[in-house]
Design a protein around this ligand. Sequence first.
Ligand code: MBD
Ligand code: FE
Length: 284
Amino acid sequence: MTTTDKVSPTAAGSGASATETFRANQQHGAPEGVSAERVGTVVRAVLDSVHEAIRAHRVTYPEFQAAKKWLIEVGEGGEWPLFLDVFVEHVVEQVAAETQQGSKGSILGPYYLPGQQRLPSVAALPARPDEKGAPLVFAGQVRDIDGRPIAGAELDIWHADAQGYYSGFAPGIPEGNLRGVVVADDQGRFEISTVQPAPYQIPTDGPTGRLIETAGWHPWRPAHLHLIVRAPGYRPVTTQLYFEGGEWLDSDVANATKPELVLSPKAQPDGRLRSEYDFVLDRT
Ligand code: MBD
Ligand code: FE
């Protein structure tokens, strides 16, 4: 059964679909690259900081029980991928970025689906006949850190629609909509036609949304394109690109924006918005 067979009609269902997707993409057996020693060290440090917060803020029994109830609900609602990618992944990405040259990365988030349609270097992402949103052309070149074009580099791209919904994680959107793997030409060039996505709102009817509301934060991410750019012999770059002047750009709930990742699309004579962005990959 695929994820898209079980899309829930509620906004919070996107969390549950993200949990299924995460599980489906994990290797079976012991997780690779995770040692028992590190579990002891890191979990100890996390628990120590929880204990410190309890002491510093004089956390009470009713508060402890409320926290336990909420944690159970996050699991039952399948919102752990959503919660962890929104509130934790950006720091993991920062640490990982310290050892990688080339284009800036950003977080993967919960809505990546592997195995999408492969498309030529000049292509339109699969879209509905009446797809809403301003037409957008996204073009550029993939090069190595010495400036040489990388022929046949893949741009695995996915983004929300003009209502802020992702195919595979919201009802009524065709499978694979606004997703694709664009294969760059022999000069590493690509030109992708799509539509401008809307900002993304964390579902307000689930436990993550209720926490955000209760804490008085906002549930928004600025509009963004997701990309994984890859080529054999190079370290893949997982990133996101944002839009100049976009709402929530300076207060992303997921803390995943960087100044280098902001596009400035210009209107072309044909009325479509166009943005250029080049990627640089680091050798493995
Ligand atoms: C998103 O669309 C997203 O990109 C992240 C990181 C978290 C939640 C929703
Ligand atoms: Fe996203």
